[in-house]
Ligand binder design. Sequence first.
Ligand code: ACO
Length: 405
Amino acid sequence: SLGPDVVDIRSFGKTGLFTYDPGFLATASCESKITFIDGDLGQLYYRGYPIEQLAEHSDFLEACYLLLNGELPNAKEKADFDYMVMRHNMLHDQILSFYKGFRRDAHPMAVMVGVVGALSAFYHDSLDINDPHHREVSAFRLIAKVPTIAAQAYRYNKGLPFSYPKGGLSYAENFLHMMFSTPVTEYKVNPVLAKALDRIFILHADHEQNASTSTVRLAGSSGANPFACIAAGIACLWGPSHGGANEAVLKMLAEIGDESKIGEFIQGVKDKRFKLMGFGHRVYKNMDPRAEIMRRTCHEVLTELGLQDDPKFKLAMKLEEIALNDPYFVERKLYPNVDFYSGIVLSAIGIPVSMFTPIFALSRTVGWISHWTEMIADPTMKIGRPRQLYTGSPRRDYVPLDERK
Ligand code: ACO
């Protein structure tokens, strides 16, 4: 039932065999009904729905409902869900005081790891992981509060007063409002930019067993509470090989400078001095479908802002074209991933680079909590406990300190 290429390792446990698979190149760690990636064809589905259709017709909260519950909501379910998320989006004043312990120049991801983890010290009424209602409330709290937590991390860094979510705005609009409104100037939401941000949220919402989602599952498998598990996911996402890539793409484009330097840069990549950030993926050996959508979104946003000739975008397109026709990348099946263009869109919207990965984290929170919920609700769940191939010293006897050389 697992398919012709899949061996169910559970049968091996009885014979004492185990596999050695560093980086989990060929090992499924769980069963899941949430997201399917066809890496060879470059396709991505949430609960069976193609990502292209969701990015075009849905909105982020609807995608959240779908990921969490398995089905698209009807009109009433959608309204109730939106209301529940809105109801939970404030931060208690005491939570706001957590921020004061951080240096002003702390990276917002560091602040998010701390504040999200600390929610477990605050919400004792949703920590019983065996109670489905507690799990649901934790999910609402996380999806609702993570944008507020991220926006306040930015404001704290800037020395701006904390801002509050506002009724009547969509999830993406509220995030922009919380980031940029000041006591004297209300942020005027541009619908094209808000739609682009909402699409970025949808595209990053889930991606099956990536490093951060696997981290959340592994942490959760010990019975740890959901806030602590999501904090672990945020910590994992921070790395430049994962969620930090969109930030790294912009730094790379700035370092290349202009089209005349692309050849030299590509040679450096081939010499293994650095990587082409925003390219390559463990599962996609074809175009990442999210990258196509992101490139189109990038066009829309830059056109709306009258920035069609944006040098970063032109440089990125040229770099993509050259890489896609270069045997080094072709042979290794390296294609642009979602982060190749998302940084350009975010910076055009006015989001500072330090907030790129926090935006990925707030989008992915729904994926993490959906996987955590799926795992906890499964009565056959086992604690995650990888094995190792020991390559250390053989047995030897203890030498007293005064006899050691
Ligand atoms: N630039 C140059 N060469 C690359 C790149 C890249 N971006 N990615 C992989 N390669 C090369 C490797 O050097 C290796 O070459 P070799 O066979 O000569 O040794 C070959 O392609 C295979 O690469 P692996 O490292 O084995 O691929 P892996 O699946 O382990 O890594 C990863 C995937 C981490 C995403 C990698 O492609 C990478 O570092 N990309 C850049 C960072 C990035 O964009 N990350 C975002 C990922 S998507 C996300 O998190 C949303």
